[in-house]
Design a protein around this ligand. Structure first.
Ligand code: T4K
Length: 413
């Protein structure tokens, strides 16, 4: 996992885009898993081998669910194969129909879950906090609307009060995609307890990881029962099926990874928080680069280090600085470029959505996300800052000269 720090750079000519050697000899990724101690994982796997019980709500899954529910302070936590499927179960479990209002500024899974079930995702713009703007949501409600699906982007909670108010006034179901927000709070209350249900992701790149995995949390007993049935083909006992179902079960090996990962979250939160502080310290003086801040009173997992590039001040486009950093082996990401509404099938299905998504388009053209977690050290953050500082100082020489075409052709892992 070492990032292999290369030679120091002292002038613009040392930048890799101008022929210098990369700042890092190995790629520094966004989303490197914060792996739990191998001994703890193998201890749990050893127990799984002894029991010979691999899936179908085994003891490790049950323990993972119990600990998550306890930590979040919610009555039900139901794990699944991943968060995308968890969203689908929730949407189906709530009997939604017609239109569901979602942000376009999110990972495409949020919209896909709605579209996959034959409903229509209606994209609403976000506010300055990058989350759904309740006024923009209210303006899109009509007789076909059945729900609002907010996303706590970057782990910063939505305007829950504002969205709850809109949902109540119009009799809509309110759900949250909390894939980024495990361990985050809003005025002291844990994410995972809002709306009718919330959905978490335990993908390898997440704060808590089970390699692949997700969960639904809810205080709604009826919905919880439906989701438990749906994730296991609708079986209520050995032979009896009483509900339409699918196979969305988390297996014991994933749960072992999840449990071991959950046990280290306080330590990872602190690593992430200190990295965030270091990014702010090293780069707050760089013109045209503004890091997203987090509430001082609420808790965050600091899983994402997010910055906005202002090209008119930096004198470089976001994609130019991203390409320049990639040449240095700093694989910053353009989450969530270009916005769901500009991806297929949505751009073809809903071609006019962009008209009302001014802030979304502004952000998706300017945001970049930096590596964090255990894979990042204060030294590496200093090194990243050095590259950006040299680029900004030499921007008049670099502007328009950096080839950004490769960004749209990067293979997926
Ligand atoms: N809602 C929201 C708001 C979400 O952000 C997501 C997922 C979901 C719903 C759906 O959750 P799941 O159904 O996945 O549970 C990644 C993840 O694949 C995705 O789970 C996540 N959001 C999204 C924000 O990030 P990519 O496109 O960045 O994946 P990828 O494969 O490029 O991985 C990122 C980097 O992580 C790689 O460059 C290297 C590193 N990596 C990755 C994996 C898988 C590792 O070092 N080891 C690994 O095992 O989407």
């Amino acid at each position: 996992m070492g990032s292999g720090i290369g030679k120091d750079k002292s002038s613009i000519d040392d930048l890799a885009v101008l022929g210098g050697s990369p700042a890092f000899s190995e790629p520094l990724h966004v989303g490197r898993p914060n792996l739990p101690p191998l001994e703890r994982f193998t201890e749990l796997v050893g127990q799984i081998f002894e029991r010979g019980w691999l899936t179908n709500s085994g003891p490790v899954v049950q323990e993972f669910e119990r600990r998550l529910a306890e930590r979040i302070g919610v009555r039900h936590c139901i794990t699944t194969t991943n968060a995308t499927v968890a969203l689908e179960l929730v949407i189906r479990g709530c009997d939604l129909s017609g239109e569901v209002i979602v942000p376009s500024f999110t990972f495409v899974a949020t919209a896909h879950a709605v579209q996959w079930l034959g409903l229509t995702p209606v994209f609403a713009d976000v506010g300055p906090d990058h989350n759904l703007d309740p006024d923009a949501v209210a303006a899109l409600i009509n007789e076909r609307t059945s729900a609002i699906l907010g996303v706590h982007l970057w782990g910063r909670p939505c305007d829950v009060d504002g969205l709850t108010d809109v949902a109540r006034r119009h009799g809509l179901t309110l759900l949250f995609d909390a894939a980024h927000a495990l361990g985050c709070t809003l005025r002291g209350r844990n994410v995972g307890t809002f709306g009718r249900a919330e959905v978490f992701s335990f993908h390898a790149t997440k704060y808590v990881n089970s390699a692949e995995g997700g969960a639904v949390t809810t205080n709604d007993d009826i919905l919880a029962e439906r989701i438990r049935l749906m994730r296991n083909f609708g079986f209520v006992n050995y032979d009896q099926v009483i509900y339409l179902g699918t196979n969305a079960k988390m297996n014991e090996l994933s749960a072992a990874m999840g449990l071991a990962s959950l046990e280290q979250i306080d330590e990872i939160r602190e690593v992430n928080r200190l990295n965030h502080v270091a990014y702010l310290r090293e780069m707050s003086d760089i013109r045209g680069l503004r890091f997203l801040e987090f509430s001082a009173t609420d808790q965050s997992n600091h899983q994402y280090v997010v910055a906005e590039v202002d090209p008119s001040v930096m004198n470089l486009e976001r994609d130019e600085i991203v390409s320049l950093l990639m040449a240095e082996n700093i694989l910053v990401r353009r989450y969530f470029h270009p916005g769901c509404h500009r991806m297929e099938p949505y751009r073809t299905l809903y071609p006019s959505a962009g008209v009302r998504l001014g802030r979304t388009e502004h952000l998706t053209d300017r945001i970049m996300v930096f590596p964090t977690g255990r894979a990042v050290t204060p030294d590496s953050i200093q090194r990243i800052a050095q590259c950006i500082r040299l680029a900004v100082e030499g921007s008049s020489r670099l502007r328009g000269q950096i080839d950004t075409s490769a960004l749209n052709q990067l293979p997926r892992g």
